[in-house]
Design a binder for this molecule. Structure first.
Ligand code: GH3
Ligand code: MG
Ligand code: MG
Ligand code: MG
Length: 312
């Protein structure tokens, strides 16, 4: 099916929104030695739909940041074991936690001391006698801002798919898991055929729409939306977990047929776009890069053999 351009733009927007449909509740890690404060904050934030984990011992925070992977850390300043701002400083020395906001929650009302704590790596400073609404608003605003930031860092803006860096990281994780647990793993590199011609004949905005229509198809058809990434311009990466090469090639070929069936629209009417793909499977001793290279080699064969086909 094809739609007029303005409607198509709207559909693309909705597609991008789709991913936000399954909004995950914010995960809050609350570090406070006071049970009273912890109980109050936990009740308020859980009541607003958040998932709260309370830690009374600040020295356990690093382990819990890794395990719980919170959207936000609420940190008391005065605790018997150590100061919250010292904890913040320690966390900020580790790049892996850069995208977790730290908000102090303290009875401290002295401006200078608040600023000092923030200079140690805190994003905000909340004073403990606030009302419930204020706490919920402050936590959700900061958590949401960081989520948006993370989304921009990991996703491609044209398609909403994982970007190059993140799909390669995702593949590396799956390669490690497949080796460790002796699972099958295949990888497909998909490349639109003669894409330069599409750009040259119809213009870049039509080219962009072809890229988006393929992204949408791949996102909707893959078992897990994060198994698809935009590897490069008109190149896509498909991670087929628990698939042999043959099975992954069959399923990639089904996608190829579906893509053939889409009518792409330009100013004068419709045209058909095609892709070629190369599929490789993980063998003993192979790295993620080896897998990508093998798929690339198979893609090259598919192109040389006439395009619009899946190579092994
Ligand atoms: P082949 O069948 O061998 O893959 O031919 P091709 O023309 O698709 O191959 P090539 O890789 O040489 O061309 C890809 C082109 O895609 C080059 C580049 O200008 C274009 N391109 C890359 N990213 C984008 C994008 O985001 N939007 C548009 N419209 N074009 C893009
Ligand atoms: Mg305290
Ligand atoms: Mg290419
Ligand atoms: Mg191409």
């Amino acid at each position: 099916i094809s739609y007029p351009i303005n409607l198509q733009t709207l559909i693309d927007r909705l597609d991008q929104l789709e991913e936000h449909e399954h909004i995950q509740p914010y995960k809050v890690l609350l570090v406070d030695d006071s049970d009273t404060v912890a109980k109050w904050a936990s009740t308020v934030l859980s009541g607003a739909g958040m998932v709260v984990k309370h830690l009374a011992d600040p020295l356990k925070v690093i382990g819990w940041l890794e395990r719980f992977n919170p959207d936000i850390l609420l940190l008391d300043v005065y605790m018997p074991q150590c100061q919250g701002d010292e904890i913040a400083k320690l966390i900020r020395q580790r790049a892996q936690f850069d995208s977790i906001p730290i908000v102090f929650l303290s009875t401290e009302t002295h401006r200078g001391k608040q600023l000092m704590a923030r200079s140690m790596g805190g994003d905000d400073f909340l004073v403990k006698n606030m009302d419930a609404d204020e706490l919920v608003a402050a936590v959700s605003i900061t958590a949401e801002r960081y989520r948006t930031l993370r989304r921009w860092m990991t996703r491609d803006s044209l398609t909403g798919l994982l970007n190059h860096t993140n799909v390669v990281e995702s593949l590396a994780r799956e390669v490690a898991r497949a080796h460790k647990e002796s699972r099958q793993l295949s990888y497909a590199m998909v490349d639109i055929d003669h894409f330069k011609l599409i750009n040259d004949q119809y213009g870049h905005s039509v080219g962009d729409r072809v890229i988006k229509s393929l992204s949408r198809l791949l996102k909707q058809s893959m078992p897990n939306p994060d198994a698809v990434g935009r590897y490069g311009g008109e190149e896509f990466a498909l991670i087929w977990t628990d698939h042999t090469q043959i099975r992954a090639a069959q399923r990639t070929d089904e996608l190829r047929v579906l893509f053939n069936g889409l009518a792409q629209s330009n100013a004068d009417g419709h045209f058909v776009a095609t892709f070629s793909a190369g599929v490789a499977q993980l063998e003993d001793g192979m790295s993620a890069q080896d897998l990508i290279d093998a798929a690339d080699q198979a893609l090259y064969q598919a192109k040389a053999a006439g395009r619009n086909q899946v190579g092994l």
